[in-house]
Design a protein around this ligand. Structure first.
Ligand code: 3PG
Ligand code: MG
Length: 397
């Protein structure tokens, strides 16, 4: 694993810490609807305060084109304050310049300020050196606790890390340690469940996984494309027909590397993707022409759970069925519960991540029962593709 400093290595007493957070959380009608990222960030802030620092939190929020009041970070402040036991937070209406300087001037040890959305300045996404210098001038130490944004080479993530003493926050540290324990130094056999709707978005991931793991189980509509490449009739199912060659290459690669590839052997099918649609479980060779595959069938679930019992380490990305529409959540929920059970029994080290995966685990009620659930979407995927994340690289030494 890349070496980086942590909060254990830096003297924080009396220092102003610029903390890059990922406050890009879901909001509806001005209220945070899922505070997971905020709750996972809070321990870092509390530790910094306990060690005598002033904390300046900076983050992006959404993808604004210039200054857009609907994407102000001001609306996240109440949720952040709540996660810090109701502590009052200062808010600067700009992340650089006089507004920011003025807000920070009054900051004392043990105080927290939040800066306005970094992306109100287009220089942020350009990794602009001068913008990074303006940010860096606001503090003494840089701490990156935004693993989930560290696949972006942006000024507050990449350029700034070279301008100040830089360390990983506790959430960043936990993410990197969990990912390393699952992929760099895992106990074998290692199994990956790779699912989701498209093979085309998971090609790099599958290629990298093939070189790292012993068993790969495929679910979701992307399995249809692999089945199609094997000549299975998949009826009206979602299939990327133009991905046939790539799918064939994946199948050949698994063979060559002797990776055990688990494709669905049965499926839950329906004529429409609709809540409470009439469903049927059929063998994978018997998908009716006017039906579509919407979930793994019970035999496939049994195949996967048996493989999980043989494994010591599990990496999971993507729901295995159309889990947002009942009853097509069944296989995902059953697998999630099995993962939780094996993990709790100490038989499996389990790491999951990627946007929908976390929602699926939460729906199954097991999001806190895996060894580690990442807060990251895109960054988790890029890591599973074997890519170097700019934010992590900039912290490394
Ligand atoms: C995320 O929500 O995945 C991160 O905050 C990154 O956001 P972005 O995709 O807009 O860069
Ligand atoms: Mg460096």
């Amino acid at each position: 694993m890349a070496k980086f400093l942590t909060l254990d290595d830096i003297d924080l007493n009396g220092k102003t810490v610029l903390l890059r957070a990922d406050l890009n959380v879901p909001v509806k009608d001005g209220k945070v609807t899922d505070a997971t990222r905020i709750e996972r960030l809070a321990p870092t802030i509390l530790e910094l305060l306990e060690k005598g620092a002033r904390v300046v939190v900076m983050s992006h929020f959404g993808r604004p084109e210039g200054r857009d009041p609907s994407l102000s970070l001001a609306q996240i402040v109440p949720a952040l304050s709540q996660s810090l036991h109701g502590r009052a937070l200062a808010f600067a209406r700009d992340c650089v310049g006089p507004e920011a300087q003025e807000t920070l001037r009054g900051l004392k040890r043990g105080d927290v300020a939040v800066l306005e959305n970094l992306r109100f300045h287009p220089e942020e996404e350009k990794n602009d050196a001068d913008f990074a210098r303006q940010l860096a001038s606001l503090g003494d130490i840089y701490v990156n606790d935004a693993f989930s944004a560290s696949h972006r080479a942006h000024a507050s993530i990449e350029a700034i890390a070279h301008l100040l003493p830089a360390a990983a926050g506790r959430l960043m540290q936990a993410e990197l340690e969990a990912l390393a324990s699952a992929l760099e130094t895992p106990d074998h056999p290692v199994m990956a469940i790779v699912a989701g709707s498209k093979v085309s978005t998971k090609l790099d991931l599958l290629n990298f996984m093939m070189a790292k793991v012993d068993i790969v189980a495929i679910g979701g509509a992307m399995a249809n494309t692999l089945l199609y490449a094997r000549g299975v009739e998949v009826g009206k199912s979602l299939v990327e027909r133009d991905m046939r060659d790539n799918a064939e290459r994946i199948l050949a690669e698994a063979d060559k590397r002797r990776v055990e590839l688990l494709l669905p052997i049965d499926a839950v099918v329906a004529q429409k993707l609709e809540a409470d649609a009439r469903t049927e479980a059929v063998a994978i060779e018997r998908v009716p022409k006017d039906h579509m595959i919407l979930d793994l069938g019970p035999k496939s679930v049994a195949l996967l759970t048996a493989a999980m019992r043989r494994s010591r380490t599990l990496l999971w990305n993507g729901p295995v069925g159309a889990f947002e529409t009942k009853p097509f959540d069944r296989a995902t929920v059953a697998i999630a519960q099995k993962v939780a059970e094996l993990t709790e029994a100490g038989k499996l080290l389990s790491v999951a991540g990627g946007g929908d995966t976390v929602a699926a685990l939460a729906a199954a009620g097991v999001e806190d029962k895996l060894t580690y659930v990442s807060t990251a979407g895109g960054a988790f995927l890029e890591w599973l593709e074997g890519k170097e994340l700019p934010g992590v690289a900039a912290l490394s030494h």
